[in-house]
Design a protein around this ligand. Structure first.
Ligand SMILES: Nc1nc2c(c(=O)[nH]1)N[C@H]1C(S)=C(S)[C@@H](COP(=O)(O)O)O[C@H]1N2
Ligand SMILES: [Mo]
Length: 222
């Protein structure tokens, strides 16, 4: 991966990371309930919000359109390295989905625009042995999901929310969106998508968060 000269404001807020790890150890916010997503729109222990909170490690990269690059590589037939114009030239889709954060807020009916994960799969063609997907972001953040999950029809690489370009604070120019999992699986400031044979836990997964992150099973912590 080429060295980036993207500037980053602030630094990782270690105190906050420590506190969240403590919460994970203590099992904070757990209700012990599960729900059927076909019947319950709001997962257990969640509450609805109208605004969209901002949560990250505290280091916000300034990914300008000129500096943006997205590498898609690993166990694939056809690696890609895309500038923003090339990314925007891929087929674009509108979608509406809910989001659920492990810190207990959920927001319904978010309108997104971006490139579907299925289009990405069509372009790169993962090798038969590829089973996992790792996202790396411009702030150094990483997170992981199974390839099977990545291929679901509601997963997108998004650049717009409610008809406007994604703001820097929310991960613009391009972030992941995996709406059926807790939002920590949706990497902001997307830099790289890597297809792998074995699983590699990401930033929060190595710090006590659940590897699978299904909100209806309350998979907050491991
Ligand atoms: N690159 C990056 N992506 C990230 C994070 C981060 O710190 N860095 N935090 C995750 C967490 S824990 C959450 S809850 C969501 C928050 O996204 P939002 O700020 O747009 O609400 O981003 C996720 N994606
Ligand atoms: Mo989070």
């Amino acid at each position: 991966m080429a060295e980036d000269d993207v500037t980053i404001s602030g630094g990782i807020r270690e105190k906050l990371v420590e506190k969240k790890q403590e919460w994970a150890r203590d099992g904070r916010l757990l209700t012990g309930e599960t729900a059927d997503p076909a019947k319950e729109r709001l997962p257990p222990g969640q509450r609805l919000v109208q605004d969209w909170p901002i949560l990250d490690l505290g280091a916000e990269p300034n990914v300008t359109p000129e500096k943006f690059r997205l590498d898609i590589d690993g166990a694939v037939e056809n690696r890609l390295s895309l500038g923003l114009d090339e990314f925007m030239a891929l087929p674009q889709t509108d979608s509406v989905s809910d989001m659920h954060c492990v810190t207990q807020w959920s927001r319904y009916d978010n309108r997104w625009r971006g490139v579907s994960a299925q289009s990405v799969l069509d372009l790169v063609r993962p090798l038969p042995e590829a089973k996992h997907v790792i996202f790396t972001a411009y702030d150094g953040y990483t997170t992981n999901i199974p390839l099977e999950r990545f291929g679901q029809s509601d997963v997108f690489l998004v650049h717009s929310w409610e008809g406007k370009p994604l703001t820097r604070a929310h991960g613009g120019p391009v972030r992941m969106l995996v709406p059926k999992l807790y939002l920590w699986k949706s990497a902001k400031w997307l830099r790289r998508i890597q297809f792998t044979v074995s699983d590699h836990k990401g930033f929060w997964e190595t710090r006590g968060y659940h590897n699978d992150a299904d909100p209806w099973s309350e998979e907050r912590y491991s």
